[in-house]
Write a protein that binds this ligand. Structure first.
Ligand code: UGA
Length: 457
């Protein structure tokens, strides 16, 4: 089915395509790869990276990350599409890739440094390489999430090292891991930050297919574009922190947070999305971006109290999961077997960065519990952080003989667990459902003990 969807998308984009630009994407993380693959439906794209091992894998047709639809899209592009409008190529020759392109997209990582700021060292290196290889006018796009003002800094960096004409553009991404291909192909809006009309016109060519499909195309200056990205992520994170705090209130008031969230979401001014209570937001974006935004604002002597409160509520939420485990196990975790289901920070990804499973398992090990973990996709990545816990081949193996089941990621597979069976295979049927996946009513009927995040029905 997914193959069929990608096939249709490929055809749709070829029909609409008018221009083919030479685009080089620097950085083959999930943003760079998804961006490169989707733009290759219309343009001639080179995806380059200094990591030659990753490029070797890509050239063998192996996508180094788990991202739904990406494998199918890249395979399709590599096999049938070269003869048509777009194409995709992978290389670790960054210098050559820069020289060959009209448009450069920088999509490298900007992790948090020890002071809570975005670490721009990888980005700076990429711009130094660009400066050293500028061989004619190019539009240089920053796709990476960068602190407000970075575009200006990078522009100065190139101007100090090269006399060749170029324009700098900020073009933030709004891709969610797990649905990034779909998010790229069907965006809510495209944001372009530039002070150059020439660069704006090139960006209109890059996104011609989307403009023809009437996707809102917002053109603004670079700092405003950079600000939009942080505002969106901070606002979404605050929506999650709000409902998470409210879930804890529902717990103590005996109200049902799911009904609260549903009724709130029907108000058009609020909307239904990002109101799902859970163990606190994780991943490579919200924790890092809220922190970086807070620190950046402080540098301007501007206090962002809402962002601070969002971060605080999230830290509290992650601890709340541990408190719930402690409560259900009557504060006695020594030697107890705890089955942890779900290790990725959310379903449909193998990414474990800032996953709440990290905090939870750290806590369990500190309390001398025995951890049996299972995740459909993310176990290899998790093993790099926790090599010494027991990894199971199925949810059933994980929960067998366990004293407590802790559900941390709402994978589809876990929705289908026959709850009745748990009573026959677990030592004690204590369940901590950190994603409100299962009906507390059904669990009560089965006579199990349950802690969840404010869900009553
Ligand atoms: C997020 C944004 O949603 C993207 O728009 C943005 O482009 C991306 O960051 C980025 O800056 O690169 P992502 O981190 O991939 O995307 O995943 P989300 O779906 O936003 O989930 C983030 C975290 O919030 C996860 O831990 C998820 O479980 C949690 N979450 C999300 C909730 O607890 N409740 C919700 O209702 C929604």
């Amino acid at each position: 089915m997914k193959k069929l969807i990608v096939c249709c998308l490929v055809q749709l984009f070829f029909i609409n395509s008018l221009f083919a630009l030479k685009i080089t994407v620097i950085g083959t993380g999930y943003v760079g790869l998804v961006t490169g693959a989707c733009l290759a439906l219309d343009h001639d794209v080179i995806c380059c990276d200094i990591d030659c091992k990753k490029i070797d894998l890509l050239n063998k047709g192996i996508i180094p990350i788990y991202e739904p639809q990406l494998q199918e899209l890249v395979t399709k592009l590599c096999t049938s599409c070269r003869k048509k409008t777009g194409s995709i190529k992978f290389t670790c020759d960054v210098a050559q890739s820069i020289q060959e392109a009209d448009v450069l997209m920088v999509a490298v990582g900007t992790p948090t440094d020890d002071a809570g700021r975005a670490d721009l060292s990888i980005l700076r290196k990429a711009f130094e390489t660009i400066a050293a290889n500028l061989n004619g006018y190019k539009v240089i796009i920053i796709k990476s999430t960068v602190p407000i003002g970075t575009g200006d800094t990078m522009q100065k960096l190139i101007k100090a090292k090269s006399l060749v004409d170029f324009d700098l553009v900020s073009n933030p991404e709004f891709l969610r891991e797990g649905s990034a291909v779909n998010d790229f192909l069907y965006p809510d809006r495209i944001v372009i930050g530039t002070s150059s009309k020439k660069a704006e016109n090139v960006m209109r060519e890059v996104y011609n297919t989307w403009i023809e499909e009437h996707v809102p195309f917002i053109v603004t200056d670079v700092v405003t574009s950079e600000s939009i990205k942080y505002a969106c992520n901070a606002f979404l994170a605050s929506k999650i922190s709000f409902i998470n705090e409210f879930a804890l209130l529902c717990d103590v008031c005996d109200a049902d947070v799911n009904t609260v969230a549903y009724a709130m979401g029907l108000d058009k001014r609020i909307g239904p999305l990002f109101l799902k209570p859970g163990p606190g937001y994780g991943g490579s974006c919200f924790p890092k971006d809220t922190q970086a935004l807070k620190t950046l604002a402080q540098d301007y002597a501007c206090e962002l109290r809402m962002v601070q409160a969002t971060i605080d509520a999230n830290n509290k939420q992650r601890k709340a999961v541990c408190h719930k485990i402690e409560k259900i196990m009557h504060r006695d975790l020594t030697g107890k077997t705890i089955a942890v289901l779900g290790l990725s920070f959310k379903p449909e990804t193998d990414d474990v960065r800032y996953s709440c499973a990290i905090d939870t398992i750290e806590y369990l090990l500190e309390k001398k519990a025995l951890v049996k973990a299972y995740d459909p996709i993310a176990m290899d990545n998790f093993q790099k952080i926790f090599p010494n816990i027991t990894y199971c081949q199925s949810w059933m193996e994980a929960v067998s003989d366990a004293d407590c089941l802790v559900l941390l990621t709402d994978w589809e597979e876990f929705k289908k667990i026959p709850l009745r069976m748990l009573g026959t295979i677990m030592k004690q049927t204590c369940i901590v459902d950190a994603r409100n996946l299962w009906s507390p009513v059904k669990i009560a009927e089965l006579g199990y003990t349950l802690e969840n995040m404010g869900r009553k029905y």
